[in-house]
Write a protein that binds this ligand. Structure first.
Ligand SMILES: Nc1ncnc2c1ncn2[C@@H]1O[C@H](COP(=O)(O)OP(=O)(O)OP(=O)(O)O)[C@@H](O)[C@H]1O
Ligand SMILES: [Mg+2]
Length: 235
C-alpha cells in the first residue's frame, strides 16, 4: 500500500513512513496543542517536498492565521499558491436550518477544487466546528462518514482536526469522530512538554509510545527516539 509521508521530522518514523494513501486521520488535541501548525506543515511540506497539491479547508481559523503560521516558519506559501500547489479555502458559516443542503454544496465545491488542482492532501480544520451545527451524535457520525467517503473516492489523504479538552483519554470532542476515521493522532500539551501519540491506524502497525515534540523555528519536530510516560500525562 502506498504511504503519504507527512514531511514532519520524526512523525513519519513513528508512522512507518507516513499515512496510508486515501486514509482519513483525526488530529485531536486541546487548545494550543499544535493541530493547526502540524496540519499546515503537512500540506506545505507535501507541496514543497513531494509536489503533492493540497487544500487547507478552514471553518475555524481565518485564512490570516494560516498565513501567520506559514510566515512564522518561513514557508513560502505565496509561491505554492502561484504554482497552484496549495489552496486555503474558508468555508462560510452554515445556517443550522438548512444544514444538509449547504453541506452538500460545500462538499461539491471541495470536490471541484480537488479535481481542478489534482489535490492529494486535505485538511479540515475543524470537525468540531462543523459538529456544532448538528443536534446529535448520530448526525455527526453520519455527516462525517459522508464527508470522509467523498474524500476517499477522490483518493485524498485527509486530516480532520478535533478540538478536545486536552485530557489524556479524550480523542475527539463528541466521542464519535474517533470511530469513523481510519487513524487518530493525539497531541498533548502539559506545559512545558508537548507530546504526540498515534492512538489508532487501521491497516498498519505503528509506534505505540507517546513521543515528545517541539514547535521550533521549522515547525513541528517529533523526537522519535524519546518517550513520555503515559502515566505522566494528566487525566
Ligand atoms: N513560531 C512559533 N514557534 C514556536 N511555537 C509556536 C510558534 N507559533 C505558535 N507556536 C505555539 O503553538 C501554539 C499554537 O499551535 P496551533 O495553532 O497549531 O494550536 P491548535 O491546536 O490549532 O489550537 P486551537 O485549538 O486553539 O486552534 C501556540 O499557542 C504557541 O504555543
Ligand atoms: Mg487551530
Amino acid at each position: 500500500m502506498n504511504r503519504v509521508p507527512t514531511g514532519i521530522p520524526g512523525l513519519d518514523e513513528i508512522l512507518q513512513g507516513g499515512f496510508l494513501e486515501g486514509s482519513s486521520i483525526l488530529v485531536a488535541g486541546g487548545a494550543g496543542s499544535g493541530k493547526t501548525i502540524l496540519s499546515t506543515q503537512y500540506v506545505y511540506k507535501g507541496a514543497e517536498q513531494y509536489s503533492d497539491p493540497g487544500i487547507y479547508i478552514t471553518l475555524e481559523e481565518g485564512t490570516t492565521n494560516i498565513w501567520w503560521n506559514m510566515k512564522s516558519f518561513h514557508w513560502n506559501i505565496a509561491k505554492m499558491q502561484q504554482e497552484n500547489l496549495i489552496k486555503i479555502y474558508r468555508v462560510g458559516m452554515f445556517n443550522p436550518k438548512d444544514f444538509a443542503q449547504q453541506f452538500d454544496t460545500e462538499i461539491g465545491k471541495i470536490k471541484d477544487m480537488v479535481n481542478e488542482m489534482g489535490a492529494r492532501r486535505l485538511v479540515i480544520d475543524s470537525t468540531t466546528a462543523f459538529g456544532m451545527f448538528m443536534s446529535n451524535d448520530a448526525d455527526i457520525r453520519y455527516n462525517l462518514f459522508k464527508l470522509i467517503n467523498e474524500m476517499k473516492k477522490l483518493n485524498c489523504t485527509t486530516l480532520l482536526l478535533s478540538e478536545t479538552f486536552g485530557k489524556r483519554d479524550q480523542f475527539s470532542r463528541f466521542g464519535v469522530e474517533e470511530f469513523v476515521v481510519d487513524g487518530v493522532v493525539a497531541l498533548y500539551f502539559f506545559p512545558p512538554v508537548r507530546s504526540v501519540l498515534v492512538k489508532k491506524m487501521r491497516g498498519t502497525d505503528h509506534d505505540k509510545r507517546v513521543h515528545p515534540f517541539e514547535i521550533g523555528p521549522n515547525g513541528v519536530e517529533v523526537n522519535a527516539s524519546e518517550q513520555v510516560l503515559w502515566e505522566s500525562l494528566n487525566k
